[in-house]
Design a protein around this ligand. Structure first.
Ligand SMILES: Cc1cc2nc3c(=O)[nH]c(=O)nc-3n(C[C@H](O)[C@H](O)[C@H](O)COP(=O)(O)O)c2cc1C
Length: 254
């Protein structure tokens, strides 16, 4: 391919669609060879994806064990293809993939959160009522940890959000969070998407926030806890959102 003068709106978006579409693999671009691409998923993928989504659930009990780094690397490799507005690819991923490091961050945040709660001082999302409910849940679902739900690893999608496309940058982060969650579940891991600990780190425990090494001006609203799940489930749930789904039903042709 000829080299491009510019990228973005007035040139090539680096989307690589040309490499992907060629049926005989004749196009290489940016040093990427077609033979190094993953093949498309098999036709039964719809069935598997349906089962994955319906069986996915928040995991708040984990084995006290690090996930194999190879599995995490494979997920993060796939995450490089998560969509971003205008193919900006500006969203960054921070992964705390050592449970001892997660513990260190927990140690810097949890006592500060508790000390604040004693003074009835909470994150903007919480109150006496919500905190007391979360505290009670430590004895049941949250395994002594209302902050990170006992997760041995954390994944955080974050991006600097400035200017005209700032809202898109936030969406990039939240989409990446959802992609990561599904991929992790597809590899047999348990996950929980959490906004509360992100609020604690941002609003109450700046020293713990700094330990993440995420720039202060980056949007960071959701943290995904993940690890090997303690409990396995035998079937999917049967949530119903009929009244929340709006569609134009096609008339059947006669
Ligand atoms: C935006 C968002 C924020 C969430 N924050 C938390 C959280 O701080 N702590 C937590 O334990 N779960 C959190 N959850 C998980 C939800 O409680 C959970 O998805 C919901 O109860 C449905 O349960 P399920 O994921 O098992 O289907 C959050 C989920 C989302 C989407």
């Amino acid at each position: 391919m000829k080299s491009f003068e510019r990228f973005g709106w007035r040139g090539c978006w680096r989307c690589e669609h040309c490499l992907a579409v060629c049926p005989v693999g004749a196009i290489s671009i940016f040093g990427k060879k077609p033979e190094n691409s993953l093949p498309p998923p098999p036709s039964e993928m719809g069935d598997y994806m349906e089962r994955l989504v319906v069986n996915r659930r928040s995991c708040r009990r984990y084995l006290d064990k690090n996930v194999s780094p190879d599995v995490i690397s494979r997920i993060l490799k796939a995450m490089e293809s998560a969509p971003t507005g205008g193919n900006s690819c500006g969203v960054e991923y921070t992964v705390i993939d050592d449970k001892e490091r997660v513990r260190e961050i927990w140690n810097a945040a949890y006592p500060v959160m508790e000390a604040n709660a004693k003074r009835h001082s909470y994150t903007s999302s919480f109150s006496d009522f919500y905190y007391s409910k979360m505290k009670q849940s430590e004895k049941t679902v949250r395994k002594d940890d209302l902050l990170f739900c006992g997760a041995p690893h954390l994944f955080i999608a974050h991006e600097r959000c400035v200017g005209k496309w700032a809202e898109d940058s936030k969406v990039n982060c939240n989409l990446a969070t959802a992609y990561f969650e599904l991929l992790a579940n597809a590899f047999g891991l348990g996950t929980v998407i959490m906004s509360y600990p992100a609020d604690v780190l941002q609003e109450l425990a700046p020293a713990a926030r700094e330990m993440l090494n995420i720039p202060a001006d980056h949007y960071m609203k959701l943290i995904v806890g993940f690890g090997y799940p303690e409990i396995s489930y035998a079937r999917g749930v049967q949530k119903e959102r009929g009244s929340k789904i709006h569609r134009w039903t096609q008339k059947k042709s006669r």
